[in-house]
Write a protein that binds this ligand. Structure first.
Ligand SMILES: NC(=O)c1ccc[n+]([C@@H]2O[C@H](COP(=O)([O-])OP(=O)(O)OC[C@H]3O[C@@H](n4cnc5c(N)ncnc54)[C@H](O)[C@@H]3O)[C@@H](O)[C@H]2O)c1
Length: 357
């Protein structure tokens, strides 16, 4: 099969590495208008064919039914290339966040539907990790009873993309290129994980807030209008009832570093660290009126990294195998939740996402 990368930056290299783990021969093509970035990529992956722009790459040969295009550009350049890739007759896997706006994401989905190709999101990096599978196993067992409340919190004091993380990519700080800050950067993973764990039928963002901290490391020579800390009160409807969720996310905060998910039910509670698959998952239940805590045994760890997973999941879906890919309307619905946080924060009104199946 052939893998086409639009953008040859930091994340494109991880997709090129993931291609080696698909279990079949992959021909690599890559396009980037920045000659320095493109040459750097081709030096690292000399087997790839390089192009100065995506159109030249997509029109250089006729499509094959199993071609995959990965859109690995900054968010403001997701929609155009993704729509062109779909119209070229190739499956499209788009980096997160899917787009700048919900309208753009719907247009991308419509283009893929019309062209009869798959459209997927790279928001699935953390799906399939042992701790998430352990949580799913406990949920399926019913041992928690009726679900009451979920705390889903990940706050890192100094991890802002474009400042402490990947400082060369200043575009992360400018909402005209990134669409937003930590919610656009990490929210796609949060909602993709929550969709996988909880299988929602409807998500209501009841209230939300956004904030930006000030530090001595803040650049003064670029636009920096993105939030570094955010939170929301959610109501997640599932087949068996409505779960109240406290969601918080920060990559820049003066508050304490804190990462914890805690799911309370009528008969038990589960506690884990959302993005740390090495940390244990704890199950607490009642035994003879006392609290009993045990560590849930996770399934075996695979050799896939988080960076391999989006392409591996999507490739499996393309081949018609069971997969943890987020494709079609489900991918867009996750993204609607991400944008819904901004809408609820701006308007003070709830935002509702009906999840399509
Ligand atoms: N860096 C990470 O750790 C990381 C992790 C997960 C997801 N992502 C996502 O991947 C995407 C890209 O991020 P990155 O970190 O690789 O950025 P980057 O700045 O390293 O690279 C982006 C590249 O896209 C190129 N580009 C811009 N417009 C283009 C176009 N129209 N056609 C072809 N190439 C074009 C740029 O020249 C640049 O080389 C973003 O959506 C980001 O959120 C990044």
């Amino acid at each position: 099969m052939r893998l086409y990368l639009i953008g040859a930056g930091v994340i494109a290299r991880t997709h090129a590495e993931a291609a080696a783990k698909l279990g079949e021969e992959v021909e690599l093509r890559v396009a980037d208008p920045n000659p320095t970035v493109l040459q750097g990529f081709l030096a690292a992956f000399p087997q790839a064919t390089g192009f100065g722009n995506a159109d030249a790459m997509l029109t250089a040969e006729d499509p094959e039914p199993d071609d995959i295009v990965v859109v690995a550009t900054p968010p403001v350049f997701h929609a155009g290339p993704a729509i062109a890739a779909a119209r070229s007759g190739r499956h499209v896997l788009c980096e997160k966040p899917l787009a700048m706006t919900v309208d753009e994401a719907e247009e991308m989905l419509a283009a893929a539907t019309e062209a009869h190709v798959l459209f997927g999101s790279c928001s699935t990096r953390f799906r399939g990790l042992p701790h998430n599978e352990a949580v799913k196993g406990v949920l399926a067992s019913g041992v928690l009873g009726d679900l009451i409340h979920l705390d889903f919190v990940t706050k890192w004091p100094r991890s802002r993309a474009g400042i402490e993380y990947q400082p060369a990519s200043r575009w992360f700080l400018d909402s005209r290129a990134s669409g937003g800050g930590v919610v656009m950067d990490w929210g796609p993973y949060d909602f993709s994980t929550l969709f996988d764990l909880l299988q929602p039928t409807r998500v209501e963002i009841v209230d939300a807030w956004l904030g930006q901290i000030r530090t001595a490391a803040d650049p003064v020579d670029v636009v920096h209008d993105t939030e570094s800390t955010a939170g929301a009160s959610l109501r997640i409807a599932r087949a068996d009832g409505v779960l109240r969720v406290n969601y918080e996310r920060a990559n820049g905060t003066h508050a304490e570093e804190f990462a914890r998910a805690e799911l309370e039910g009528t008969r038990g509670a589960l506690r884990w660290t959302p993005f740390d698959s090495q940390a244990p998952v704890y199950l607490t239940t009642d035994r003879d009126g006392e609290l009993k805590e045990e560590v849930v045994t996770p399934p075996e760890r695979s050799d896939l990294t988080i960076f391999d997973r989006p392409l591996v999941h999507f490739h499996a879906a393309m081949r018609g195998r069971p997969s943890l890919a987020s494709v079609g309307a489900a991918a867009v619905d996750e993204f609607r939740c991400v944008r819904g946080i901004y809408d609820a924060a701006r308007t003070g009104e709830p935002t509702v996402v009906e999840v399509r199946r």
